[in-house]
Design a protein around this ligand. Structure first.
Ligand code: C2O
Length: 576
């Protein structure tokens, strides 16, 4: 009898547990956009031995392939990726360009929306590609692991929806990357400890291959075979770490049709520039004499005096019938400091379709971006203060160098835990001065930034305009600024200090992007509607600048009702 009672009690407990779990699940589903079909991917993050440039090392990648596997999906699909971390490193994955509508918990930047997935742990990312299609990529968002932990993410239009251009004969993905012979996690640590600049990459790569200009790489070349007369769609992705790059194909024109996973008006050019975090789709017609042509990736380095890798990565665009062991025709890349070539490409980017750019603005923010040199505080300056003037290199927004908190900002905000951040990120610089030619404090000498984890809070539905102003505190430089959780309209840009009286805005067909290369010594103006609740990182996509603090975060509050409210976190959220 006693046994039966116990069993009954256990049964009742079980039933209520099951119905509780079911209810939690049901409310979750009601909140999270559901999507059309669901695509499941199983990502095992692993180390893998690799030999490149006559050097053997262990690199971190997914499922034993480098670059990692491609995720394929269609617009509005639901994506589920189970991550198992089989490496000794902390990791997270970010789905670059995916706007994560009501799914901020799955965005991926470490210490912003989640704690890292520790060695041996798993975490499942789940999100819907609401109204999104085009070329994306995924990458690690912790330390410098994304140097090798990256892959493409291709989203096709819904069935029956054509491309807004003639169908290409074939499509190819070209992932531009940087390869380091040393362990990148160590490299970041050593660079930060030194206080100085990072070493330059050992090689640029195209789909992981450096090509024949590099030592020991004659056979380490990526190749696309093309049929004469046919048109190809190339999905260019800059997955590199610390450099911006030009890309060109010998004797062939590139017609840009998409940038940052949004269609653009077709724009034909000889070359493109992509900062890390940018994607561009181009059409290329094989309309030249049968032969073997170089596809080249070289540096765009706008910071004066900065070191960079000057050897181009080469891949082959090879016609059927070409002599296979011939050398390829060289591609013409602009010089490493050609700001005009960059501007020409930017000028060509216009949204294809009608835009929904905010015309009225509720929050007009002005944010300076740039580098700093902090005073040396170390007892061993020779080791730790190798920056300019024996200082320590740093970077900042509005002269505040962003310090990552010890727990995720999103969790701290959601659970109302105090102490890991403050809500006082200023909407304008603390001091106005000649940003391009001056220094922020004791003008023009004191180049120091404040440190802090300061965020900017926005009410749901705020129409935001953001002026990003490059500073010359250390040196002016093109910074690829990336915003999580949104795409934004790039309504204007120019050189020098931003002047509202003279700035020219395009409110008709501005491109809708997620990463904007703010011109060296210039400014860019972006607009977006803050209608996706959560905590969203905004940072320079040059990883060294991110490590130095070039970032901040926006908290976008909930609006009204479930469709404007961030759902609760998943049960398997990693712990710090
Ligand atoms: Cu591509 Cu914050 O990242």
């Amino acid at each position: 009898m006693a046994n039966l009672t116990t069993s009954l009690v256990v049964l009742v407990l079980w039933l209520s547990l099951i119905s509780y779990a079911y209810n939690v699940h049901a409310t979750r589903m009601a909140h999270w956009p559901r999507g059309s079909s669901t695509r499941f991917y199983d990502f095992k993050i692993q180390t893998m031995k690799i030999t490149k440039l006559c050097n053997t090392k262990e690199l971190v990648t997914v499922n034993g392939i480098f670059p990692g596997p491609v995720i394929y999906a269609q617009e509005d699909d639901r994506i589920i990726v189970k991550i198992t971390n089989e490496t000794p490193y902390n990791t997270t994955i970010h789905w670059h360009g995916v706007r994560q509508r009501l799914s901020c918990w799955f965005d991926g930047p470490s210490y912003i929306t989640q704690c890292p997935i520790q060695a041996g742990q798993t975490f499942t990312y789940e999100f819907t590609l609401v109204n999104q299609k085009g070329t994306f990529f995924w990458h690690a968002h912790v330390s410098w692991l994304r140097a090798t932990l990256y892959g493409a993410f291709v989203v096709y239009p819904k069935p029956g929806v054509p491309y807004p251009f003639n169908y290409p004969y074939q499509e190819h993905i070209l992932l531009l990357g940087e390869y380091y012979n040393k362990d990148v996690v160590q490299l970041e640590r050593a660079t930060i400890a030194s206080g100085g600049n990072p070493p330059v990459t050992d090689a640029y790569t195209i789909n992981g291959h450096p090509g024949p200009n590099y030592n020991c790489s004659n056979n380490d070349v990526y190749k696309i075979d093309v049929v004469p007369g046919k048109t190809y769609l190339l999905r260019l992705i800059n997955a590199g770490l610390n450099s911006e790059n030009f890309f060109a194909i010998a004797n062939h024109k590139l017609t840009i049709v998409e940038a940052d996973a949004e269609y653009t008006k077709p724009f034909t050019t000889d070359r493109v520039m992509l900062g890390p975090g940018q994607t561009i789709n181009v059409l290329v017609t094989a309309n030249q004499p049968i032969g073997k042509y170089s596809m080249a990736m070289g540096p765009y380095s706008s910071a004066k005096g900065a070191a960079f890798q000057n050897i181009s990565a080469i891949a082959h665009f090879q016609y059927l019938g070409a002599v296979t062991n011939s050398v390829s025709l060289p591609a013409q890349l602009p010089s490493f400091s050609d700001n005009l070539a960059v501007k020409t490409v930017m000028d060509g980017l216009k949204s294809l379709n009608t835009v929904n750019v905010p015309k009225e603005i509720d929050a007009n923010l002005f944010i300076t971006i740039g580098l700093n040199v902090q005073k040396c505080q170390s007892k061993t300056p020779n080791q730790n203060c190798q920056g300019l003037n024996n200082g320590v290199m740093a970077a900042s927004m509005n002269n505040i160098s962003f310090i990552k908190p010890p727990i995720s900002l999103l969790e701290a905000y959601y659970k109302k835990m105090n102490g890991s951040f403050t809500e006082d990120f200023p909407g304008v610089p603390l001091k106005f001065y000649d940003f391009v030619n001056g220094a922020p404090n004791n003008i023009p000498n004191d180049t120091q930034a404040l440190n802090g984890t300061r965020v900017k809070v926005l009410e749901y539905g705020t129409r935001v305009q953001l002026i990003l102003q490059d500073t010359g505190t250390v040196t002016t430089e093109n910074h690829p600024i990336h915003l999580h959780g949104y795409s934004f309209y790039v309504v204007g840009y120019g050189t020098g200090n931003y002047n509202p009286q003279t700035a020219n805005f395009n409110l008709v067909d501005p491109p809708y992007m997620n990463t904007i290369g703010v011109p060296a010594g210039g400014w860019a103006a972006i607009r977006f509607l803050a209608d996706n609740p959560g905590v969203w990182f905004m940072h320079c996509h040059l990883d060294i600048h991110q490590s130095w603090g070039l970032g901040t975060s926006f908290i976008v509050k909930n609006g009204e009702g479930v469709l404007e409210t961030l759902p609760h976190p998943p049960a398997d959220m990693p712990r710090c």
